[in-house]
Write a protein that binds this ligand. Sequence first.
Ligand code: HEC
Ligand code: HEC
Ligand code: HEC
Ligand code: HEC
Ligand code: HEC
Ligand code: HEC
Length: 378
Amino acid sequence: MKNLKLLGYLMVFASAFLCVQCTSDAIGPPGADGKDGINGIDGVDGVDGSAASCIACHSNEKRDPIILAWSGAKHAIGGSWARGKSARCAECHNNEGFIDFIETGSVNPDGYGASNPLNCNGCHGSHRSFDFETDGNDYAVRTLDAVPLRNLENIDYTIDYGNASNTCANCHQPRTDAPTANMDGKFLQTSSHWGPHHGPQTALLEGLLGAYSTFTLVEAIPPVQDAAHRQGASCIECHMGGTTDGSDGHTWTPAGTNCATCHPGVPFEELKVMPDLIADWEALGAILETVVGQAIIEDSTAVGGYIPVFEDDGVTPVPVVGIVHFEDGEWHPQVGLFDLKDAEAAWNFLYFYEDKSDGVHNPDYAKAIIANSLAAMQ
Ligand code: HEC
Ligand code: HEC
Ligand code: HEC
Ligand code: HEC
Ligand code: HEC
Ligand code: HEC
């Protein structure tokens, strides 16, 4: 059915081309009329005005505001797109790497000569069907498949929003597991970039990845997929829907109007802020800055590549103060050997930070992991 339709469109183009051929170089007198051909097969009914609907969505008028919106968004101008030459980063930081990853399941192992920002062609490919009446319009979104969290060893989980938000989940997912005891019952932290990486939004929306194995819980942790924001929405509803400026959501900034369907009467700027939660998170950060761990140095012979450092007496640990610290307007983790409890609290702190929604993605889960972390540290 869909192929028949596409064929129909192609034939319109093709016959227009043929007409140009036969009128342009007519010489000599016309011949006698030929015999009538046999009737063609009746065409399938189209969606009313479907050619017009193609044009409406493919017109410059429709696209210009979308292109303009995209061209100012982080998807087009963010600094991290420069990182996608490396094979390790290309699947999420290079348009071509992302397309390769979706279409073939892997990126070029040698990396890429150029790294381009995500553009129209990254998120969009071809329509799966032209029978919009029966199948709906897929907006030619490149992938609707469910998405495994692919970088975690301790969580085996597949995300499926059942719509185009699955495209987002391929990139906006965590890249690191929550801490576990990996040296003498403690947590050896060796990376200046430790944390769930910058895009753990899927995990928070789902209600995963919090670390609390050493805590006595003061608040219950909500179950996976419990959040109203997960059950009633997904990335695209909040980040793309509800715009009225012709951008059709291509700035990816929540329009706010969508919140109002479930939270009528509360202005967006007010609604999205949870002052008590932010205060708890800040209090947690202040405590974590004073946590004392042990310094470490590289040692290629050691398991994990590092050993803890002692004073000259051989027994007194050389201290590291702060499992996180605040510098140049940003929070960073510090390397060292830390108590697992401190590491779990720091993990939750950084997770909340990297998610960047100030808890909105999953308010109850965010509140629970921050409140439990704070209680454990106090
Ligand atoms: C609601 C919007 C919408 C409608 C209606 C629509 N399309 Fe599309 N179509 C898109 C988007 C978005 C893309 C992604 C590529 C892009 O950026 O143009 C696309 C891509 C395509 C492509 C692939 C382009 C390429 O470069 O490979 C073809 C062909 C196409 N559409 C044909 C049609 C036809 C024929 C119809 C009518 C039956 C139609 N479209 C209706 C939104 C629409
Ligand atoms: C190819 C990977 C990829 C896909 C697919 C993707 N994103 Fe992104 N997104 C990124 C990266 C990388 C950035 C950060 C760019 C920068 O600042 O350097 C980003 C930035 C954003 C931002 C802005 C963050 C900020 O700091 O302002 C939002 C919001 C966002 N994405 C939402 C979405 C949504 C919603 C979808 C699905 C429709 C999606 N993204 C699909 C990789 C992706
Ligand atoms: C699984 C997908 C994924 C992989 C792999 C990945 N990133 Fe990212 N990264 C993201 C997303 C998504 C964002 C944007 C999140 C946001 O803005 O909230 C991001 C953001 C960033 C940022 C911007 C931080 C900021 O706030 O300005 C840098 C820098 C970055 N990544 C570096 C890297 C490097 C280097 C690699 C490879 C070693 C890498 N990333 C691999 C998904 C990924
Ligand atoms: C980060 C991924 C992403 C990028 C980049 C992107 N789009 Fe889209 N676009 C989407 C998604 C997802 C939808 C469908 C949203 C939905 O299902 O409601 C969409 C919808 C559309 C639509 C249909 C809008 C409507 O509601 O009628 C058009 C047209 C379109 N995109 C064009 C473009 C063009 C042109 C570009 C490049 C300037 C572009 N898109 C870049 C993800 C993207
Ligand atoms: C219930 C609505 C809702 C849902 C669902 C939702 N978001 Fe958000 N998201 C928000 C709000 C609100 C913010 C904060 C924006 C602000 O402060 O202006 C945000 C922030 C973000 C940011 C950081 C933006 C920035 O400016 O730094 C990214 C990236 C992001 N969301 C991606 C996603 C992805 C990917 C999904 C799907 C896994 C998703 N969001 C699902 C509402 C939502
Ligand atoms: C599908 C309906 C729905 C949508 C859409 C929605 N919310 Fe919610 N939201 C809820 C429900 C129900 C709750 C309370 C239960 C829960 O948190 O699971 C809630 C809770 C919240 C909370 C926590 C309030 C508190 O103090 O505990 C905040 C903040 C919030 N939403 C902000 C937003 C923002 C901002 C948007 C739009 C970007 C949005 N919501 C969109 C249904 C929705």
